[in-house]
Ligand binder design. Sequence first.
Ligand code: PDD
Length: 288
Amino acid sequence: MTVYLNGEFMPIAEARVPVMDRGFLFGDGVYEVIPVYSRRPFRLAEHLRRLASSLAAIRLDPPLNDADWARIIERIVAAADFEDQSVYLQVTRGPMAVRNHAFPKIVTPTVFVMTEPLVTPPAELRERGIKAVSAADNRWHRCDIKATSLLANCLLRQRAVDHGCAETVLFRDGFLIEGAASNIFVVKDGVLLAPIKNHLMLPGITYDVVLELAARHGLPTQVRDVLEDETRNADELWMTSSTREVLPIVTLDDKKVGAGDTAGRPGPVFKRMHGWYQEFKQSVMRGG
Ligand code: PDD
């Protein structure tokens, strides 16, 4: 697989980063994961905009402009031998001479891009839904930055895996925040509820797509603080991310989501959203 590292394209096995890199020693860097369908990056401009805000938030000058990023991504995508891809890009504050928390006087960022096959959720998973556990959100207060220091997220995601689940839903002070690596939506009485973007959650690109599709198709939506109680009593719960798209959560902490016929099963609003999402993806891929 061809990757990009600091100005050069090379096979992944040849890509090397110094051990004094601040990304390695401190997790001092930011990243993006961009889905690519039929070799076309999805929502590239939005991902690059979020990268720019992450870089600004950690006080790192942009190493490349959007046109350069687009060219690099295009070449990495073209070199891969799979059609649907998940492009990963990362910028760290680069190597330092001695280990020191404070920034080096002269920063030479490390810029890395790779791609992996994108395996979108199979129909069977969508029809069955996924299980989730909950946890108190013990991350820092700048979760709006897409930082590579993901230890808390890794521990929280592993908690789900340890319980035979696919995601951990995070609550803070009685409110729904997001998932360990996804955003979370609630459906109650036919209304889509989405937590307001703030410093405690990642502003998801898929989250925006879902809200745009809801508006376009007239699905009543409220973007507001969502209570933990409302989440636990939801008719439907969804998780969204660039790699998982939109997936229905059918149990939370072993309790079935929803009531009546669809309890513990994907709900009708999810099915509509999934249809709109696939239709939208197709139209974008056709250049529409
Ligand atoms: N994660 N919240 C968190 C904490 C995330 O890590 C992610 C995505 C999202 C969803 O954002 P988006 O829709 O832009 O993918 C929300 C990526 C996929 C990852 O870390 O691999």
